[in-house]
Design a protein around this ligand. Structure first.
Ligand code: FES
Length: 102
């Protein structure tokens, strides 16, 4: 049984976002993290020290493990950002400002 059937939800039509160049289907109201989880993507950031993979941990905006670059803006909490049609999400490396320093 699909999760939407379990809760009796009838979401609107899907739309597309892009993650690292990959087209992903999203449902209205899903967070960016939820869209990534729904296709099995669990990591979309690397740590500043050591480049270790990170994704969502708390899912409620408290831990900042889920930072991603969304539509060119780094350090967006993917668990709180609602996916919108045409969004471009990128894996964030380090502090998210690579290439912006002098
Ligand atoms: S998962 Fe903890 S802030 Fe997003």
């Amino acid at each position: 049984m699909k999760p939407t059937e379990l809760v009796g939800a009838s979401p609107g039509p899907t739309f597309t976002i892009t993650f690292d160049g990959r087209q992903l289907d999203a449902l209205p109201g899903q967070s960016v993290a939820a869209v990534l989880w729904s296709v099995g993507i669990l990591s979309w950031r690397t740590t500043r020290g050591g480049g270790r993979p990170r994704g969502a941990f708390c899912g409620i905006g408290q831990c900042y493990d889920c930072l991603a670059t969304v539509n060119g803006a780094p350090n967006r909490r993917a668990c709180l950002v609602t996916a919108r049609p045409g969004d471009t999400v990128m894996t964030q490396e380090g502090n998210g400002h690579a290439g912006f320093e002098d």
